[in-house]
Design a protein around this ligand. Structure first.
Ligand SMILES: O=C(O)/C=C/c1cccc(O)c1O
Ligand SMILES: [Fe+2]
Length: 313
């Protein structure tokens, strides 16, 4: 088996809020499951499809996709700060291959990645300086969004590149499922928020602390039924997981950004990273989802999903 997949939610609230003990234990067990899966697969390379939350990518220049040739973590919410072990030559070849398939992608020789991209790697491998990783940004928060079919084709191109590789490649998708955390949106932003969304790189420690405190307070209120954010949508989450499980990645094409905003929250677009990862795996062959965990967890502001998949023999 040369390719495998882990697609999972992330939340910067994991260490900051307290769901009931049984929920926390169930999430810990899911994390243990993906750690064991990754250990057994023992990848030579990870291709990490991750979103960003206005820590690395801003409205001064917002690409739909970006392949990182070199990268470092921004350290928001105490996530990975510092250099990431990126195999630059392989990343360059991958980007060229994607472009040769008529799919345009940005590239970065100094990509900044936030908690949304790095949290699964931290949970699974303990950091981003161990297994080589090509980080791929998939815009999942800043309109305008590409069609989901485009994300599928992007993922497919990535998968095709690795289909006959002699390396064992683990595709990771990080984000989702339904959720509506208090990340400002350009359409409704105040002047100060517009400035942050456009030019918020390297915030002051005070600005970062204020943003994080707001998210934590919102989560606590949300769990108490008092927050002014959209509810989680377990039905929508389960339907999305069903498409993942079906192996019919064309089924992702039916999702539209407007509908997702309306029923699953303004950060549900993070499932784009799952679409890319599952489409990459599907390009390598028929797959089966061999592990699935799901719980709507208000303390994490997340319809929290964790899945692993392998190619059929
Ligand atoms: O970037 C932020 O401030 C908050 C991000 C967040 C909150 C809750 C769930 C998530 O998946 C997030 O990325
Ligand atoms: Fe997120």
């Amino acid at each position: 088996m040369q390719q495998a997949l882990i697609a999972m939610s992330h939340s910067p609230l994991l260490e900051h809020t307290n769901p009931p003990e049984d929920v926390k234990a169930a999430v810990d067990a899911a994390f243990e499951q993906v750690r064991a899966f990754a250990k057994e697969f023992n990848p030579d390379l990870v291709v990490n499809f991750g979103p960003d939350h206005y820590n690395g990518f801003f409205y001064d220049l917002m690409p739909p996709f970006c392949v990182g040739y070199e990268a470092h973590g921004t350290g928001d919410y105490d996530s990975w700060a510092g250099p990431i072990n990126v195999p630059t030559t392989e990343a360059e070849k991958l980007a060229q291959y994607i472009i040769d398939q008529d799919i345009d992608t940005a590239i970065s020789r100094k990509m900044e990645v936030d908690h949304g991209a790095v949290q699964p790697m931290e949970i699974i491998f303990g950091g981003l300086d161990t297994v080589p990783v090509i980080p791929i940004f998939v815009n999942s928060v800043a309109r305008p969004f590409t069609k989901v079919s485009r994300v599928r084709k992007f993922g497919q191109a990535v998968g095709e590149y690795f289909k006959d590789s002699d390396k064992k490649v683990l595709f990771i998708g990080s984000g989702g499922l339904s959720h509506d955390p208090p990340v400002p949106q350009i359409a409704t932003a105040t002047e100060a928020q517009r400035a942050m969304l456009t030019n918020g790189r390297n915030p002051t420690p005070e600005a970062r602390a204020a943003r994080q405190a707001n998210t934590i307070n919102t989560a606590i209120k949300f769990a108490a039924g008092e927050a002014d954010i959209m509810d989680l949508n377990p039905e929508w989450d389960r339907a999305f997981l069903e498409v993942c499980r079906s192996g019919n990645v064309g089924g992702f094409d039916a999702y539209t950004a407007d509908e997702m905003d309306a029923v699953a929250g303004h950060s549900s677009h993070e499932v784009r990273t799952w679409v890319a990862a599952y489409s990459a795996l599907r390009a390598c062959g028929e797959y089966e989802v061999n592990y699935e965990f799901y719980k709507p967890i208000k303390e994490y502001i997340a319809g929290f999903g964790v899945t692993t998949a392998v190619l059929k023999k």
